[in-house]
Design a protein around this ligand. Structure first.
Ligand SMILES: O=C(O)CCC(=O)C(=O)O
Ligand SMILES: [Fe+2]
Length: 370
């Protein structure tokens, strides 16, 4: 081989995390959302991108969610990431995790213990999560994760460059804008909070289920631009369709579930609305199963002013919807700090529509659905 012989001493054998085995899928008959499936490998050519742009634009414009397949991680690589994600929840003592809580309520970073968000009727969440900035070395991580920081860095890069950027190119094309328009507002190296999140939901008591009508994570929109949700078999994720009915999102092996957040709605002048979604108790045959998730939450660069790309010929034809006047529009940094600080903490007021609560963030009305 061409490798120098000393390499055998320095190339550490890859350490394997304790394997996480995906729980069995549900056999219940559920009302699923009908979502497009996008083959991301086709984005490697200009012809492929031109052909896909319309499908992706339509999917986000009309449904708010779509699946991505052929994103470049094999099933084995995905399994490894879920096994790494699970370490934190199953193999790290809570006293250690508490030491890795984020310092600031306005940034999601580090560990979030259970019982920190209000759900309904005095019931708090049973969710733990751990957020890792895409520059993984920015903070220190629990010892058990340290052998896998390279895997996590690779996962962040993969999501940012191989998933989010190609999707942003398609979305720009869908607005008939130059292909790099949105990519240029999502630089990996700029100040900002695009992050990996590992999350685990734990089953709750019957009384908690009753008081919250089975809602585990209230209906919300995401703060950033594009959310990448690595599909996993435990059900519970639902989207609110334009006709105001909740539909389940079906698991697809080694697929990604993609949705738009608030920043995308601002930038796209309402053409790609922020998707309304929630998590409820999993279906009957999975209701006692903890629910592990892996995500990438992408945001625009902190200094991006969240104003619509009015130069888009599409927006000029269909019209622009603004969440607020351009002169008072927040930057990405202001928006994420305002929403993160308020999330699960603020006392929401009853909105005009039934089952919808509201709050004002940066002068913009934000809704939460029960
Ligand atoms: O757990 C899920 O499937 C969705 C989580 C989610 O919507 C969020 O963390 O913003
Ligand atoms: Fe979400």
């Amino acid at each position: 081989s061409s490798l120098p012989s000393w390499n055998i001493f320095f190339a550490a054998a890859p350490v394997d995390p304790p394997p996480y085995v995906f729980p069995a899928g549900t056999n219940e008959t559920l009302e699923y959302a009908d979502l497009a499936v996008i083959d991301l490998s086709r984005t490697s050519t200009a012809e492929g991108r031109a052909a896909l742009a319309g499908d992706v634009a339509r999917a986000l414009h009309e449904k708010g969610f779509f699946y991505v397949v052929n994103h470049g991680y094999t099933q084995e690589e995905t399994n490894r990431i879920f096994s790494i994600a699970n370490i934190l929840f199953d193999d790290v003592d809570v006293e250690e995790k508490i030491r890795y809580q984020g310092e600031s309520p306005s940034v999601y970073e580090g560990y979030k213990p259970k019982n920190t968000w209000r759900i309904q009727s005095g019931v708090l969440d049973q969710i733990e999560h751990y957020n890792i900035n895409r520059k993984v070395d920015k903070r220190e991580h629990p010892e058990a994760l340290r052998p896998f920081l390279k895997d996590i860095q690779n996962f962040a890069n993969h999501n940012h460059f191989n998933v989010v950027h190609p999707i942003l190119r398609l979305l720009a094309l869908g607005l008939e804008l130059p292909e790099e328009t949105l990519v240029q507002q999502h630089n990996f190296d700029a100040a900002g909070e695009s992050s990996v999140r590992f999350m685990k939901y734990f089953p709750r008591s019957e009384s908690e289920e009753e008081k919250t009508k089975n809602v585990w994570l209230k209906g919300h929109t995401d703060i950033g631009s594009i959310t990448v949700l690595w599909s996993q078999p435990v059900g519970g994720l639902q989207i609110l369709t334009p006709d105001n009915s909740w539909k389940w999102v079906k698991h697809m092996d080694n697929a990604l579930v993609i949705n738009a957040g608030d920043a995308m709605e601002f930038l796209a002048g309402g053409f790609y609305p922020s998707t309304r979604h929630r998590v409820i108790q999993p279906p009957k045959d999975q209701k006692n199963v903890p629910r592990l998730g892996a995500f990438y939450f992408s945001m625009a660069d902190d200094n991006t002013k969240l104003i619509p790309h009015i130069e888009s010929p599409v927006l000029q034809r269909v019209g622009v919807t603004r969440l607020c006047p351009d002169d008072v529009a927040p930057t990405m940094e202001q928006w994420r700090k305002g929403r993160t600080t308020a999330y699960g903490q603020s006392i929401l007021r009853q909105g005009k529509e039934k089952g919808v609560e509201e709050e004002l963030i940066e002068g913009v009305l934000v809704k939460h659905w029960n």
